[in-house]
Design a protein around this ligand. Sequence first.
Ligand code: ZN
Length: 256
Amino acid sequence: MMKSYKPILFKLHIVIILLLFMMLAHFTITEAKSNKSHFQIQKKTIVIDPGHGGYDKGAEGPDGTFEKNVTMEFARVLALELEKTYNVILTRTDDYWIDILERTAMANHMNADMFISIHTGGSFLHQASGISLYYYEKTSTFALMLETESIEESKSSNFKELWSNIQGRHQKNSKVLAERILNSLKEKIGENVEYSAEIQGAPLMVLEGADTPAVLIEIGYITNPKEEKSLNDIVLLSFLAQKIKKGIDDFFEKAQ
Ligand SMILES: [Zn+2]
């Protein structure tokens, strides 16, 4: 009688060993998957906003270059550079208009770690030149309100008040971000290209609702004939994108 149990016991052992093996394999795969998703969660998300678009052409250069096209082109170049390290999302991917508030809301909805709005400077003075980095500052003496035409007057004052308080929480970090990018732009890395750049605080509508560190970069004056040419030079744009990425890398490494 006892003999007849042995094969069963033997089979039971095999089944238990197989089960243990399968469990081990399952946990190993699950662990690998969770490590992967952990890595993906760690990857920061940056939203790039190419200014203007569609009927809104932005500023125009003496040779007829529209700001909306330069901002789109540079956003693509910057995205290619940033994608080496970060998840990158563009607020617009072609020549169409998006409301200013929607651009910022998109960054908030995506839970972005950074919001970068791209513009060029425009001035009736053709000698105006250089890169300007803006962070949001409510009480700024610069009464600069870009793209305010898209803000509907019907928005309630309560909503405006709440919205304008959002970026206030990130103002210090946004200023640090602007400084990191400025420092990187001023560094010479063996290239014969020099950028003059400055930082300003301004009550910019596109930044005020961003629930993340946010800056607006004017990558040169399109109204300056020399800079209009540079803004159409893909090599210079790529170089500028590398510099900006370095500033962003520095910000994430040091500021957090
Ligand atoms: Zn603009």
